[in-house]
Design a protein. Sequence first.
Length: 264
Amino acid sequence: MEMQNMGQEKKGLWGVATLLGMLLVILVGLIILERGYGFAQTVKGKKADNTISVSGEGKVKAVPDVATVSLGVVAQGKDAKEAQNLASERINKITSFVKGLGVAKEDITTSAANLNPRYDYQNGRNDIVGYDSNQTITVKVRGVDKGSDTVGKILAGAVDNGANQVYGSQFTIDDPDSLKQEARKLAIEKAKVKARELAEAAGIKLGKVVSVQDGEGSYPVPPIAYATDKGYGIGGGGAEAIAPSVEPGSQDISQTVTLVFEVR
């Protein structure tokens, strides 16, 4: 009987050991599978080591088609109402003049409307001696690539109509996206040419493009300064202002592209 019990105990221990062994094998297998999957994902997402990177820049020259000018009035009055009325009267006259030259209402924006007290700092006192009113409109003149006479007429005519602050002109391109796309295509072609030249010089063969990076381009906005020297007060009078010659010139729109090629 005693020998029989010992045999049964051995069988039980053997069964437990077998079960533990199977669990251990399963656990090791799962670990191997997990690490293998992770390695596969790493290899899958890894870029080819044998690559060559080249950059190209494309430039497109274009004539700006929009000019932006700011026309302002600064008026002084003994009280706030007088100063504001003087400035409003003149800025309204300037606005009507600009519209009369064919500028659309949507292209005229009020960019400043300020009213401030003017102080006299004497004998340790800050006494209000009057008020200054400043009103400014910003005007967009379109089609300057076909002719910029309208800009010159606005700059001179605004002064004749009471403006004593004139800031202009900034020339821009209304829709530069198509020009940027053209410059980007040129940049890609230049990058390809450079890559072929480098590959030939190094004695290697190019494979497919594995990466394209679009760099930031440049879009200059050169201003043309123009100002008046008329005083504050009522303004007006005297000989008519001479229209300045305003030329939009041309601008370079550039884009940079970097290509990464496989090397075979």
